[in-house]
Design a protein around this ligand. Sequence first.
Ligand code: SF4
Length: 372
Amino acid sequence: MLGLYLHIPFCGAICHYCNFNRGLLDDGLKARYVEALATEIRRAADGSAADTIYFGGGTPSLLTPEEVASLIAACRASFAVTPDAEVTLELNPETATPDYLAAIRAAGATRLSIGVQSFDDAELVRLGRVHSAERARQAVRQARAAGFDDLSLDLMMWLPGQSVAGWLANVEALIETRPDHASLYILEIYPNAPLRDEMARGGWSQAPDDDAAEMYLRGLDLLDGAGYEHYEISNVARPGHASRHNVKYWADGEWLAFGCGAHATRGGRRWHNIPGTTEYVSRIAAGRSVVADVRTLSPRTQAEEALFTGIRLCRGVSLADVQARYGIDAWGVYGPALSPFVDAGVVQYTPPVLRLTRQGMLLANEVCAVFV
Ligand code: SF4
């Protein structure tokens, strides 16, 4: 079944590390954008079955409950969205209020992905986040009180000035809030990130690489001990709470994507929309296409993508499935390059399943380079 991704490119403030497609909130533009987004969804209508809707950003929780409801209605009018669909909305803690959370739940959101990033106020300030750790905890409590039984929290590791002990304290704080799902991302600092200047001014640096590896492994140990299943390199969940939408990205699924800069994959084709918000709105209003680029993927490319995304899943990727779908004998093609990783305990090959070991997840990029 399809996933439907809706991009909401507005934020109340810009974080110091952020490299996403987003801009500062402009209420007038947001209203026009939401209308354009609903139009793009309706134009793509073909009645296909979909079982997930994902509002990503940016800060989707800057949408009003009415806007959330209108976009979900556009999805339901255009696609056969299953009654039990997972409808996720990314939420920044500072936007949470009891009334807002109750209203978006009533509008049809079933799952929240809360951008906590850290439970240490000094770290949050360094990142340019506008909430405190206590505000994040409050948002979780308010979400539970509003009836959300599927909550995910994002945490970032390897922050400037963060020690292994500091990171583990963050993981413990996360466990104390009892989310159903958590995403643990390693901070990547892109070349022109304002965070680089902040780090130079503050004299902060990132811990050595070995410490980053220790943070990752010991953080996962804590989560294992608390009953979470590690199901993807950066994601853990209580049983039954893996993100149905995000698993489509890793398990060779298909999804449509709406909004500026959104990327879609379906039927052996991959395409993305123009990135500019204003340009997106004016093209939709003029009845023009918003697609910037379309690629038709060869079976070989599709097989490669199935392998390098599938291997991110802890259950691994079935080479028999890849062969059945794309006619590629993956072990015949990539086996010679993968064998040294198998010998080193980075990858396990138990035919037909190829998977990374947990230690091997630290070297996922090197393994994935074999496939591209
Ligand atoms: S809230 Fe998210 S999308 Fe917005 S600036 Fe911060 S990191 Fe970027």
